[in-house]
Design a protein around this ligand. Structure first.
Ligand SMILES: Nc1ncnc2c1ncn2[C@@H]1O[C@H](COP(=O)(O)OP(=O)(O)OP(=O)(O)O)[C@@H](O)[C@H]1O
Ligand SMILES: O=c1ccn([C@@H]2O[C@H](COP(=O)(O)O)[C@@H](O)[C@H]2O)c(=O)[nH]1
Ligand SMILES: [Mg+2]
Length: 240
């Protein structure tokens, strides 16, 4: 069972720190209590109950906010397995599966793929891994995604990271990414941002209300941003 350790870095309470748990009083972060994270029983058809219940982190933020970049650092430092929903969908396109054309069109249009398709891919990836801690990057994109995940997998995430980044930074990062992505152009960026604002922000709000959301200021160097992220994980017993 994953536990949050007794004390958190004093930096959490510093006014200079950019890490915050939305809708939670600052004193909530300074608690000396040890408590078990909420773990729901996997539903029928969810992640195999014979396995140890995994520690799940959802990683959210607008297009180009730096989710993938920070996930790579979390993997390196804390031993998580990184599951990028976008990468899993791109893999489906490359493998020419029955959903390939539908997925490609959704990605080109900046729209969201049917949640059943995405959740099944995530479920397969979790079940085929020996690891027990996962970063699910770029998911859930909408309340429909979130509800479908909870129904099929049968658990909630332990924590949620939200990379908070202004539009002007995100657009610069996306347009200079140079990885040959079909959605790295100004028109698709605008659509993705609209979808993020309309459908993903409600999910962020939902987890904020549950006290699970850690908001990270995604402006700065990669290392400066990772320092905030490091503090979040250092507070849990998930260190390699
Ligand atoms: N702190 C940073 N400063 C400047 N550039 C950055 C920073 N973090 C990431 N980048 C660059 O910005 C681009 C987008 O980053 P990344 O792919 O991590 O974003 P993302 O949130 O995963 O985006 P998407 O949602 O489109 O997958 C990459 O080229 C990355 O190298
Ligand atoms: O849960 C998801 C995640 C992603 N998509 C689609 O993929 C692209 C790219 O996602 P990235 O996270 O930026 O790699 C996204 O714009 C969606 O079209 C999805 O449908 N569902
Ligand atoms: Mg990404």
């Amino acid at each position: 069972m994953w536990r949050r350790v007794t004390f958190l870095s004093p930096l959490f309470s510093s006014s200079k720190s950019s890490v915050s748990v939305l809708n939670q009083p600052a004193c909530g972060l300074m608690t000396q209590k040890v408590y078990s994270t909420e773990i729901l029983k996997p539903a029928k058809g969810g992640v195999s109950p014979s396995k140890k219940t995994p520690f799940i982190t959802f990683v959210l933020g607008g297009p180009g906010s730096g989710k993938g970049t920070q996930c790579a650092k979390i993997v390196e430092t804390f031993g998580f397995t990184h599951l990028s929903a976008g990468d899993l969908l791109r893999k489906e396109i490359s493998s020419n599966s029955e959903n390939a054309v539908m997925i490609l069109n959704k990605i080109k249009e900046g729209k969201i793929v049917s949640p059943e398709v995405t959740v099944k891919m995530i479920q397969r990836a979790i079940e085929s891994s020996e690891n027990d801690k996962f970063l699910i990057d770029g998911f859930p994109r909408s309340e429909e995604n979130r509800i479908t995940y909870e129904r099929i997998i049968g658990t909630e995430p332990n924590i949620v990271l939200f990379f908070d980044c202004p539009e002007e930074k995100m657009v610069k990062r996306v347009l200079s990414r140079n990885q040959g992505r079909v959605d790295d152009n100004i028109n698709t960026f605008k659509k993705r941002l609209e979808v993020f604002t309309a459908l993903n922000l409600p999910v962020i709000k939902y987890y904020s209300g549950k006290g699970k959301l850690y908001k990270i200021n995604a402006v700065g160097t990669e290392d400066e941003i990772f320092e905030q992220v490091r503090q979040v994980f250092a507070a849990y017993e998930v260190i390699k």
